[in-house]
Design a protein around this ligand. Structure first.
Ligand SMILES: Nc1ncnc2c1ncn2[C@@H]1O[C@H](COP(=O)(O)OP(=O)(O)OP(=O)(O)O)[C@@H](O)[C@H]1O
Ligand SMILES: [Mg+2]
Length: 364
């Protein structure tokens, strides 16, 4: 496999996608590389190997939302995935495009500095000066390419870009046509091929940064991804993701079940503001599953590169301050409150002792 930091989903899961394609005997919509049933299996996994290949579960805890998302993409509306930060909106959008179009890289990243040209098409100025606005001088953007190839375009963080830029999607979603008014002697519009659609994501914490116009809202079907409700799913996800990353980076250490459970417990208790039945102030920081995964990966890196034998709660504690206290000093008091309760209630337990020792050494 290529030596890069991270592969797009269609390359990372190439073997699984090939096996699903081989075994796919179900009805397939025009322009789709897999049937909706196999897209679902790719994302939610399968108990039995398919064409000799294990199909792993990639999204946990939102099965009904995943199914509805696939069905939305069969229709004429776009799909808008909304939810708290870290609820796998971007991951689901990448997996859907990898499975349906075989390409998850036709992506626009929403930001305040995004212009319409970054989405639809722009011009090669040397060619423009030489031959005027022709198809040859045009530089197709992700939207143009997706419409032309009948693929799905991803629009990340839709609400971070200005409303008027968002609204440039309206004619495309309703009439499935992209006008290129600059072109004069050739066809100056593009009709989308079957298989084209748009998956956008929007973070609920960004609500109100740039409103989505009601006209655009009507052209998207909203699907909310929820944080994982089951504690055992959160633990399994942290364990699986951390150990996969360590394997990918050729690091021999592994996070064990007890240490992962302690980490998820710390995050849950700080987030909920209750520990051992006692109410504490909750920090303002977002303590999501991806934050826990990153914290554990940092602890593992420290152990590996500074020559330690195992990832212990003390190592996790070293990075807790960085995860909890970002730009609000009040969060420091919340963390100290929490640690005081842990000390009173759990200092008999060796795992929690190790955690408290790590916190002491880290100065919290
Ligand atoms: N339900 C879940 N199933 C699988 N992975 C999850 C789930 N929730 C969180 N994750 C993990 O969280 C990581 C980050 O998710 P992702 O970046 O897709 O979130 P997001 O909702 O797009 O966040 P943001 O709003 O900050 O952009 C994923 O790569 C995955 O490791
Ligand atoms: Mg995202």
């Amino acid at each position: 496999m290529m030596n890069v930091q991270r592969l797009p989903a269609e390359q990372q899961y190439q073997q699984q996608l090939n096996a699903l394609r081989e075994a796919d005997t179900f009805a397939k919509p025009v322009g789709w590389q897999l049937s909706p049933k196999m897209v679902r299996t790719f994302i939610l996994g399968s108990d039995q190997p398919i064409a000799g290949q294990t199909i792993t579960r990639k999204i946990y805890g939102n099965d009904a939302a995943v199914e509805r998302a696939i069905v939305t993409l069969l229709g004429q509306q776009g799909l808008l995935l909304v939810g708290e930060p870290g609820t796998a909106k971007s991951l689901l959008s990448e997996l859907l495009t990898a499975a349906i179009s075989g390409n998850s890289t036709l992506t626009v990243q929403g930001s305040a500095g995004l212009f319409e040209e970054n989405i639809r098409y722009s011009w090669n100025y040397a060619a423009l000066l030489k031959s005027g606005p022709t198809l040859e001088a045009m530089v197709p953007g992700p939207l143009y390419q997706s419409m032309k190839n009948g693929a799905i375009m991803r629009f990340e963080e839709l609400t971070r870009c200005p409303t008027e830029v968002q609204d440039s999607l309206i004619p495309v979603l309703s009439d499935r046509i992209l006008h290129v008014p600059e072109i004069q002697n050739e066809q100056n519009y593009l009709l989308s091929q079957p298989g084209f659609n748009i998956i956008a994501t929007a973070n609920l914490n960004d609500r109100g940064v740039n409103q989505i116009s009601s006209a655009l809202k009507r052209r998207f079907n909203f699907e909310t991804l929820k944080p994982l409700a089951q504690r055992k799913d959160r633990i399994e996800l942290v364990l699986g993701q951390v150990n996969d990353r360590l394997e990918h980076d050729d690091i021999g250490l592994r996070l064990d079940q007890d240490t992962a459970t302690l980490l998820v417990t710390v995050f849950d208790e700080l987030k909920s503001g209750t520990v051992a039945g006692i109410a504490i102030d909750s920090p303002s920081t977002l303590l999501s599953v991806p934050e826990a995964i990153n914290l554990a990966v940092h602890a593992a890196m420290q152990c590996h590169y500074f020559g330690e034998q195992a990832i212990t709660p003390a190592h996790l504690a070293t990075y807790l301050q960085g995860a909890v206290i970002k730009d609000n000093q009040k969060d420091e008091a919340c963390l100290q409150d929490y640690l005081r309760v842990i000390k009173r209630k759990r200092s008999d337990d060796p795992l929690w002792q190790s955690f408290l020792e790590g916190c002491r050494n880290a100065g919290c």
